[in-house]
Design a protein around this ligand. Structure first.
Ligand code: ZN
Ligand code: ZN
Length: 341
C-alpha cells in the first residue's frame, strides 16, 4: 500500500510499504477514507523527530471503513465507517482505571509512535474507534480527533453556561476551541484573538461574538479592554506565543480559570502573586479521552457546520509534502487540510 513515512527532518516520503497484517485481538484494520493533518505533523516534517520516530507512518486524524476485524472485536464489523481516536492506552494503569486514558503511563499516539492513518490502510484498537453518523461526511469525520482535543480542553475548565470565554490563538486547535466554546456558551460571550485576519474571519463564522486583531497590541491590555476591565471567566491560551501565558492570567477575572493548551518552546515568566491573590486557577490539558471526547466531537460535527467552515484544501497523498506539510510549517495554510489516500 501507499503510505506517508517519516524518515527524518524535511524527509517524509510517500512509499510502497507492506499492507497491514491481519488484525490482532481487539484490533481492526481500516481502509482510510480521509486523513487530516495539523501542526504536529508539520513540525515532525520540519524539524522532527519531536514526538515521532523515524520509519513511522504519520497520520493521527483519520476516518476509515473497517476492512478486517480481529478476535474479540464485538462492537464493530467489516464495512462500518469509523473514526479512530489517536491515543492507545493500556487500560489497567491507575490513570486508565480512573478514566484519564490520555495520561496513561504507556500512552502511544497513532501516527507518531505507532503507524497511523496517512496511508491506504491503518490498524487501530477497536476500543478507540467510534461509528460515524450518516449525517457526518468523510471530510467532517476526519476532523473528529482535533475537535476532540479542543473539547477535552474545554472540559478541563468546566465551562459553565454564561461564562465569558476568550481564546488566544484561533489556529488549528484554537478554532475548534472557539467552536466548542460557542456550542456551550449558554449566553456567555466567546471572543477570539489572533494575528491573522483569515483566522479571525473563521472564528466569526464559527459563532465568536467578537474577534480582535492582536497585531501591535499588548495582549494583557487587549484582554482587559475586551472585558470592560474585569477579565474573562475563562481565558484559553492556544497560541504558544511567549507573552500569552502571563497575559492569559492577567486577562482572567478574579476566581476565573486560565487554560493552557499551546505548547511553548521554553520556560515562561508568570506573576504568581497576582495569580494567587485573585485565586485564578491555572489549568492544563493534553490530547483527548477517547471514551468521552470522540463521541462529543462526532455529535458536534453532525449537528453543526463546523467542518464546512474550517475545511481547507483536499489533497492527494502524493501531494502531502508540497501541498500539505510545507505550507502548514510555513504558516501559509488556511483551513484544515484533508488528505484522500
Ligand atoms: Zn493533530
Ligand atoms: Zn494506562
Amino acid at each position: 500500500m501507499r503510505a506517508a513515512v517519516f524518515r527524518g527532518p524535511r524527509d517524509v516520503r510517500i512509499e510502497n510499504v507492506d499492507d497491514p497484517e491481519a488484525p490482532a485481538d481487539g484490533e481492526v484494520v481500516l481502509e482510510v477514507l480521509r486523513a487530516a493533518i495539523c501542526g504536529t505533523d508539520a513540525s515532525e516534517w520540519d524539524h522532527g523527530p519531536v514526538l515521532s520516530r523515524p520509519g513511522v507512518v504519520l497520520g493521527h486524524e483519520f476516518v476509515g471503513r473497517v476492512a478486517a476485524v480481529g478476535e474479540r472485536v464485538i462492537s464493530l464489523g467489516v464495512g462500518d465507517r469509523v473514526v479512530s481516536g489517536a491515543g492507545i492506552s493500556c487500560g489497567h494503569c491507575r490513570w486508565c482505571v480512573g478514566g484519564r486514558t490520555n495520561l496513561c503511563t504507556e500512552y502511544r499516539t497513532l501516527g507518531l509512535q505507532v503507524d497511523g492513518g496517512l496511508a491506504e490502510y491503518a490498524t487501530s484498537p477497536a476500543s478507540i474507534c467510534r461509528l460515524v453518523p450518516d449525517t457526518c461526511d468523510d471530510d467532517a469525520a476526519a476532523m473528529t480527533q482535533p475537535l476532540a482535543v479542543a473539547l477535552h480542553a474545554l472540559s478541563r475548565v468546566a465551562q459553565q453556561p454564561g461564562d465569558d470565554v476568550a481564546v488566544i490563538g484561533a489556529g488549528g486547535i484554537g478554532s475548534f476551541i472557539v467552536a466548542g466554546a460557542v456550542s456551550r456558551a449558554g449566553g456567555g460571550r466567546v471572543v477570539a484573538i489572533d494575528l491573522d485576519e483569515d483566522r479571525l474571519a473563521t472564528a466569526r463564522a464559527l459563532g465568536a461574538d467578537q474577534t480582535a486583531d492582536a497585531r501591535g497590541r499588548a495582549l494583557d491590555e487587549l484582554l482587559l479592554e475586551l472585558s470592560d476591565g474585569v477579565g474573562f471567566d475563562v481565558v484559553v491560551e492556544a497560541s504558544g506565543a511567549p507573552d500569552a501565558p502571563a497575559a492569559a492570567i492577567a486577562g482572567t477575572r478574579r476566581g476565573g480559570r486560565a487554560l493552557f493548551v499551546g505548547l511553548h518552546n521554553g520556560p515562561r515568566e508568570l506573576d504568581l502573586t497576582r495569580t494567587i491573590l485573585r485565586e485564578v486557577d491555572i489549568v492544563t490539558t493534553v490530547a483527548h479521552v477517547c471514551d468521552t471526547d470522540i463521541p462529543a466531537a462526532l455529535e458536534l460535527l453532525a449537528a453543526t457546520n463546523v467542518a464546512a467552515i474550517t475545511i481547507g484544501p483536499r489533497i492527494a497523498l502524493d501531494a502531502l509534502v508540497d501541498d500539505g506539510l510545507r505550507p502548514l510549517a510555513e504558516r501559509r495554510a488556511t483551513g484544515k487540510i484533508v488528505v484522500a489516500p
